[in-house]
Design a protein around this ligand. Structure first.
Ligand SMILES: NC(=O)c1ccc[n+]([C@@H]2O[C@H](COP(=O)([O-])OP(=O)(O)OC[C@H]3O[C@@H](n4cnc5c(N)ncnc54)[C@H](OP(=O)(O)O)[C@@H]3O)[C@@H](O)[C@H]2O)c1
Length: 244
């Protein structure tokens, strides 16, 4: 039987836009209390107001995941007010395409800071609250990390983005082992091209249709609603037609 999301307490990082926004709104629509974490507070407030209008519960958590103190404060806010955290979705991320040799030194730092250090910060900050998920109605905690197809293969023009996403996969597999006896599941979703603000400047291939954020939210929903004894640790989804 599917594990209900109603009554779950979740935080989604990167919730102001794209994939994170779609996942946050899906969780809220299914009755979860959702903390929307990102830097752009006005966007978060508008999204939370929309959730409230539709009868759901969401709260804006304005924080920069590269700042550990801000991230810990955000997790404490929801963990303390709701008594626990059941689900953490790490979707905050950035990309800065370019070959390595021709890119200015240091131009890759934001990808390392947000995609990797930020994900480590939010996960570390969430874990004490996730540890109490076992006492909640779901009886299980979930950490769902949005990696990328670039975490499974290195394409041209995105070496450091790819390196951060490989690192997310490596870390997730490690974390899975460290927290499995605390009733916390760890999953990685690895999408191919998704139509979001992150990819606005990427030329669209005319021969195939890109994924939509809602379609990645479908994958997250599938993982998070598996019965508590089943862990879907990895899910890779490409648009049909995407070669690699
Ligand atoms: N689009 C694709 O084709 C694709 C494919 C595979 C994987 N992904 C991954 O999917 C995830 C979401 O990307 P997207 O395509 O949905 O991009 P997006 O629409 O640009 O969303 C990125 C989100 O990350 C947040 N963010 C960025 N830096 C942050 C920081 N320092 N602290 C807190 N939040 C931060 C942004 O919010 P603020 O600016 O408000 O902080 C925004 O909500 C990323 O991890 C990306 O690598 C994307």
């Amino acid at each position: 039987m599917a594990l209900p999301l109603a009554g779950a307490v979740a935080v989604v990082t990167g919730a102001s836009s794209g994939i994170g926004e779609a996942i946050a709104l899906r969780l809220a629509a299914e009755g979860a209390v959702v903390g929307l974490l990102a830097r752009r507070g006005k966007l978060l407030e508008a999204l939370c107001a929309g959730v409230t209008e539709r009868g759901g519960r969401a709260l804006p958590l304005v924080a920069d995941v590269t700042d550990l103190a801000q991230t810990e404060a955000a997790m404490r806010r929801i963990g303390d007010s709701e008594g626990r955290l059941d689900i953490l979705v790490n979707a905050a991320g950035t990309a800065r395409p370019g070959d390595f040799v021709t890119s200015p030194a240091g131009s890759w730092q934001s990808m390392i800071d947000i995609n990797l250090s930020g994900l480590l910060n939010s996960t570390h900050a969430a874990l004490p609250h996730l540890a109490r998920a076992v006492e909640g109605p779901r009886g299980i905690g979930d950490v769902l990390n949005i990696s990328s197809i670039a975490g499974r293969r290195v394409g041209p023009g995105n070496p450091i983005y790819s390196a951060t996403k490989y690192a997310v996969g490596t870390f997730s597999e490690y974390l899975r082992k460290e927290v499995l006896d605390r009733s916390i599941r760890v999953s990685v979703v690895e999408p191919g091209w998704v139509d979001t603000p992150l990819t606005t400047d990427v030329p669209r291939d005319r021969h195939y249709r890109w994924l939509q954020p809602d379609e990645v939210a479908d994958a997250a929903h599938y993982i998070l609603t598996r019965p508590a004894h089943i862990a879907v640790n990895e899910l890779l989804l490409r648009p049909v037609g995407q070669l690699d």
